[in-house]
Design a protein around this ligand. Sequence first.
Ligand SMILES: NC(=O)c1ccc[n+]([C@@H]2O[C@H](COP(=O)([O-])OP(=O)(O)OC[C@H]3O[C@@H](n4cnc5c(N)ncnc54)[C@H](OP(=O)(O)O)[C@@H]3O)[C@@H](O)[C@H]2O)c1
Length: 270
Amino acid sequence: MKTITLHNNIEMPVLGFGTYQLENNQATSDLIIKALDIGYRHIDTASFYGNEESIGKGIKESSISREDIFLVTKVWNSDQGYDNTIKSFNESLKKLQTDYLDLYLIHWPKDLSKETWRAFEDLYKENKIRSIGVSNFLINHLEDLLSTAKITPMVNQVEFHPYLVQPQLLDYCSKNNIKVEAWSPLMRGEIANIDVIDKLAKKYNKTHAQIVLRWNVQLNIITIPKSSNVDRIKSNFQIFDFELTKEDMLSISRLDRGKRIGPDPNNFDF
Ligand SMILES: NC(=O)c1ccc[n+]([C@@H]2O[C@H](COP(=O)([O-])OP(=O)(O)OC[C@H]3O[C@@H](n4cnc5c(N)ncnc54)[C@H](OP(=O)(O)O)[C@@H]3O)[C@@H](O)[C@H]2O)c1
């Protein structure tokens, strides 16, 4: 598994398993076990998803030890602020049946995010989190956070797919040593309707998803496709046995049209 080195030298697996909309039940625990069997070593959840318990259970019931898994969760908007963040962090740990996180993210930027970040920095200094980051932060949010932050976020998890490439944000993150991670990399399944991707799938004899995930990996973007289907979980993992040419990489990046499928972080009232 290729890893991305964060600015504190922690290695983060470039491909992870997304879990949004997976319910809090045994079926989800079983999917986690399957994903770990297939080879995933990075799991992305959030307190907002309401499935941390099943994920913790899946990890416990799997044959993979906790130290070999890169576990990510996020603090939800209503839990932001210093004290609430510490409380929410401890609740997440309990549900996930672990005593540390590999990465903790601020789920969305909010007025209170600077206070939330102070809590993140303290938890990091206390070695309760191996790395800390943000999610859905645009340049203006990052500039604001960095104006008081003592530690630069290691990761920014944002909506990223062929229709939303955000070159300026990528450039800003790269200059500030922040690794970018893609959510909804498959545009929740919509990539299958894009002509260019369809042609590349035929050319490389790969699925649409494999083409797009490979494009992420070659851009050094961490990516976390979600699936509730074991065959698709398996095929989404099989992206390390081929390489897209420079030209084919560009043909995907050129599809960018600034189109979001999720909320715009600058114009969304949580
Ligand atoms: N930070 C944030 O604000 C934020 C927001 C959204 C998501 N996320 C994270 O990012 C992860 C991924 O994003 P996402 O779940 O929104 O969308 P996604 O991974 O782009 O797409 C998931 C959808 O694509 C389908 N799919 C998966 N693999 C496929 C394949 N090989 N062929 C065809 N269809 C396939 C899935 O259906 P099946 O399940 O039926 O396979 C599901 O409907 C989330 O699970 C979550 O962990 C973070």
